[in-house]
Write a protein that binds this ligand. Structure first.
Ligand code: PLP
Ligand code: MN
Length: 379
């Protein structure tokens, strides 16, 4: 028996193949564009004197996290979930911030255990979360680093800025096995606001709340060395604020179709990242004049931020996503059976979680296969 993996059964491709041989639908990373994005963000962060802690929920890949850390200027990564952090640490990542509060007792225990193998930090926005975290850290003989998460306009998690945040920081600092290291102040709702001025104004409001909170914390004699936040849509504003110290951008490595619209609507030039993530699809039917059907639907594409765009073609549009099919408008009937299209997903993060593998390509040739290491790790 052969130990080789079969393309189209176990894997979508193998290294050395031409892109025309990749079995579709497949999640493909164009390495030239991806590496340019990684380098660009490294340069931007360095130019602003900011640390970078790239958000790994975007890709859930140990390979990509390590590229970001080894070559991309990142001091570590953010994870959204404990199980995601565990998968990446098992893959060699040694510095993770779980950018959420963790309260489930089993998860708290696993988080503390993880801190024996990597540098681990976590967020807190509720005094009741502190005792169990500290007890678990003590049980596993580790210190956990803690950021107090403040709500700077996102309206999701986060304690109120100012006095409530100071009180929480004080309680963290007094917990035996926790170390208060600063604030998480991520304004997620601002990332996709269309229009430069509106997005800038949203972050100006966040910055004012952060500034006031840092001042109130340091007035008590505590130090607040880390202020972490910012995403692909707003990072220039956090970077120039003078109060944020660390950027959490995630999507910059891939640049999905929705972030492209944000950039185009910006008008003043949000720094350019290139599309590097694609769902490669093939035409499987063209029975109806003016239309064609491809093999990429909802099971390989997330459409919550809009349908995919078709890269490098303006004669074809992706019009309807069903479970396993994409219906394309092909007004001039140009498409033929087995023709390939490079779709740019509307939203990169949930799209990646639908796949087992990244097919990494360069100049038309498959260079590597990367597993989506933490696929499905939502605990
Ligand atoms: N930080 C946190 C806490 C997030 O939840 C996210 C994404 O939602 C990010 C950073 C990264 O944002 P983006 O992918 O827009 O760069
Ligand atoms: Mn996203």
């Amino acid at each position: 028996e052969s130990l080789r993996w079969t393309v189209g059964v176990d894997v979508p491709a193998v290294a050395g193949m031409g892109v025309d041989e990749i079995c579709t639908p497949a999640l493909v990373v164009d390495l030239t564009a991806f590496e340019a994005n990684v380098r660009a963000m490294k340069g931007f962060a360095a130019a602003h004197g900011m640390a970078l802690r790239a958000h790994a929920k975007t890709h859930k890949s140990a390979d990509i996290a390590l590229i970001q850390m080894v070559e991309g200027g990142a001091r570590g990564v953010c994870c959204q979930k404990v199980s995601e952090a565990e998968a990446l640490v098992a893959g060699g990542v040694r510095d993770v911030l779980v950018s959420n509060q963790v309260v489930d007792a089993r998860r708290v225990d696993r988080l503390a255990a993880l801190a024996q193998r990597a540098r681990v930090a976590v967020c807190v926005d509720d005094a009741d979360a502190i005792g169990p975290l500290s007890a678990a850290a003590a049980r596993h003989r580790v210190m956990l680093e803690v950021l107090v998460e403040i709500d700077v306009g996102n309206g999701r998690c986060g304690v109120a800025p100012g006095a409530p945040a100071v009180e929480l920081a004080r309680r963290v600092a007094n917990a035996p096995a926790l170390r208060f290291v600063g604030l998480q102040a991520y304004q997620g709702a601002a990332q996709h606001i269309y229009g430069h001025d509106a997005r800038r104004a949203a972050i100006a409001a966040s910055v004012a709340l952060v500034r006031e909170t840092v001042a109130a914390i340091t007035e008590t004699g505590m130090r607040c060395p880390v202020v972490s936040g910012g995403g692909t849509g707003t990072w220039p504003f956090e970077a120039e604020s003078g109060v944020y110290t660390e950027l959490q951008c995630g999507s910059y490595i891939f640049m999905d179709a929705d972030y492209r619209r944000v950039r185009e609507a910006d008008g003043r030039g949000l720094p350019a990242f290139a599309h590097s993530l694609f769902v490669l699809t093939s035409v499987m039917s063209r029975a109806r004049p003016g239309h064609a059907v491809c093999d990429a639907g909802l099971k390989v594409l997330s459409v919550d931020s809009g349908l995919p765009t078709v890269f490098d073609r303006d004669d074809v549009t992706y019009a309807v996503a069903s479970d396993e099919h994409g219906t394309l408008v092909d007004a001039e009937d140009r498409l033929r059976l087995n023709d390939r299209l490079w779709l740019v997903p509307g939203h990169c993060d949930p799209t990646c979680n639908l796949h087992d593998w990244y097919v990494a390509v360069r100049d038309g040739v498959v260079e590597a296969l990367w597993p989506v290491t933490a696929r499905g790790k939502a605990w």
